[in-house]
Design a protein around this ligand. Structure first.
Ligand code: NDP
Length: 499
């Protein structure tokens, strides 16, 4: 360990991680070195796997699925493993939080909160593993009885992004495991560490070898091999809409594997004149700056009633100025570093496009100098029109665009004027108004007078081009099952062909 930052020693040499197949650690010939986005020192080294490694991992997952070492256990036995894993995560909370900060750049306080959510995901999925059941049909007449069995889909390929490396992983893995499936995970290369740490935790919790396998490397090589693999039954992908689309093509061109997709968002936050404006401004400031805006459900389009728009924007701008941006190991920091150099450049390009297309910067709008990291000021644009680039495209940064409306119909129309439909939020004291908006805005997750609320009990997922399928909750387990209808003849048989 060498340089200290806020009482934390940065690694003196990068920690090396192997990759994990069939319960064993392997090491690649080629290694990738990750620098901390906040401190610019190398922190981890991970293997660049080869397509052959992916084949090995899929074969291990296939064997573990077919011999029923996991799917064949009672739900209660699967639940016990998931609960032990929850405890394992709890015990290693600080270690996991530290690697999340070092690789991703998110504030340590936020990382800890996310890990608590991950523990809850394992606990929720454990309950679901016990309760997973099908249906029975006792109304088919005296001669027939019907059942619908839920069976695991089989081998799942899981591709995760860099914005919430551990959280998105844990919103998928325990639910996949609860269903009885086996899996091969490919994390984003820049944030692989905590996916690999989970392999240790699951093994210690008693998960049989071959059920959870991890391959590391780039999306273009290792991710694509997984999407095209003919022996993967289902692919769960979280990331950009462009790569999501390529997963659909890969599925069509290989084995028509089932797909779960959680993609981009351009999420509205609608504020009516009768809302508590202080609360709504708090929600808007949090919704756009949480995880540096690198968040698929970030509320990036503010739609505010014209009669209060100027006042609301002033309150919001004041709040956004006070957001503490900086070293993520500082416990006071609320917004950390931009995770990759590429994303930093993308966000700055969008800010430049907003300025050049005529939107007005009310607060922020610049990169921030702070130590050796990459930071961007939380930014609020006013006077945004629907055709502007910043109004239409997912920026994936702390950049909020403000629109004004006069009527409820207009608010709903602006909110729905996007190809995406991941999340939305509405602020009003009038319950009729809030519920009308909730019913008519097309989004998979909705918040009324709050934002980003909710736990793993309820499902997440998108409408329109934000994705297919649902994760978390009971639906999140069912997603990884398929239904089998069974009919049983009872008593006297009626013969089709006379004897
Ligand atoms: P990607 O969609 O490229 O990355 C997401 C995951 O997919 C990563 O694990 C990546 O691996 C992998 N991947 C990349 N290319 C392929 C491929 N051809 N086949 C299979 N897997 C692949 O997102 P980016 O990191 O490029 O970010 C670009 C934009 O995507 C962001 O600006 C944001 O708008 C959006 N995004 C949305 C997310 C969400 O949660 N909805 C999450 C992340 C990004 P690797 O990174 O190792 O190459």
């Amino acid at each position: 360990m060498h340089e200290m930052t806020h009482g934390v020693a940065l690694p003196k040499t990068p920690r090396e991680f192997g990759f994990f197949i069939n319960g064993e650690w392997r090491r690649g010939r080629e290694l990738f070195e990750r620098n901390s986005p906040s401190h610019d020192v190398p922190v981890t080294r991970t293997s660049r796997c080869t397509p052959d490694d992916v084949n090995d991992a899929v074969a291990a997952a296939r064997q573990a699925f077919e011999d029923r070492r996991w799917a064949g256990l009672p739900g209660g036995a699967r639940a016990a493993v998931l609960l032990r894993a929850a405890e394992g995560i709890r015990q290693r909370r600080e270690e996991i939080a530290t690697w999340e900060v070092l690789e991703n750049g998110k504030p340590i306080s936020q990382a800890r909160g996310e890990i608590d959510h991950c523990i809850a995901c394992f606990e929720t999925a454990a309950g679901a593993a016990r309760l997973l059941h099908g249906e029975s049909f006792n109304n088919l007449g005296d001669g027939l009885f019907g059942m619908v069995l839920r069976e695991p889909v089989g081998v799942v390929g899981l591709i995760t992004p860099w914005n919430f490396p551990f959280l998105i992983l844990c919103e998928r893995v325990p639910f996949i495991l609860a269903s009885g499936c086996t899996l091969v995970v490919k994390p984003a290369e820049v944030t692989s560490a905590t996916t690999l740490i989970l392999a240790d935790i699951l093994a210690d919790a008693g998960l049989p070898a071959g059920v959870y396998n991890v391959v590391t490397g780039t999306g273009r090589s290792i991710g694509q091999t997984l999407t095209e693999h003919p022996d993967v039954d289902m692919l769960s992908f979280t990331g950009s809409t462009a790569v999501g689309r390529s997963c659909v093509h890969a599925s069509a061109d290989s084995n028509l594997k089932k797909l779960g997709l959680e993609l981009g968002g351009k999420n509205p936050i609608i504020v009516f004149a009768d809302a508590n404006l202080e609360d709504a401004a708090d929600g808007a400031a949090f919704g756009i700056s949480f995880n540096t805006g690198q968040c698929c459900v970030s509320s990036s389009r503010l739609i505010v009633e014209r009669s209060v728009a100027d006042r609301f924007e002033r309150i919001l701008a004041e709040k956004m100025k006070k957001i503490r941006v900086g070293d993520p190991f500082d416990p006071q920091t609320q917004v950390g570093a931009i995770t990759t150099a590429g994303q930093n450049e993308t966000i700055l390009k969008y800010i430049a496009a907003g300025k050049s297309e005529g939107a007005k910067v009310l607060v922020g709008g610049e990169a921030l100098q702070c130590g050796h990291g990459r930071y961007i000021e939380p930014t609020l644009f006013s006077g945004v029109t629907p055709s502007m680039t910043i109004a239409r495209e997912e920026i994936f940064g702390p950049v909020l665009s403000s629109f004004h409306f006069d009527t409820l119909e207009e608010a709903i129309a602006i909110a729905n004027d996007t190809v995406y439909g991941l999340a939305a939020s509405v602020w009003s004291k009038n319950i009729d108004q809030a519920l009308s908006v909730t019913r008519r805005v097309r989004a998979g997750r909705f918040w009324v007078n709050t934002i980003m609320a909710g736990g793993p009990e309820t499902p997440t997922g998108g409408f329109k081009q934000s994705g297919w399928g649902r994760e978390t909750g009971l639906l999140g387990v069912e997603e990884y099952t398929q239904a089998k209808s069974v009919h049983i003849e009872i008593g006297d048989r009626s013969h089709w062909i006379a004897s």
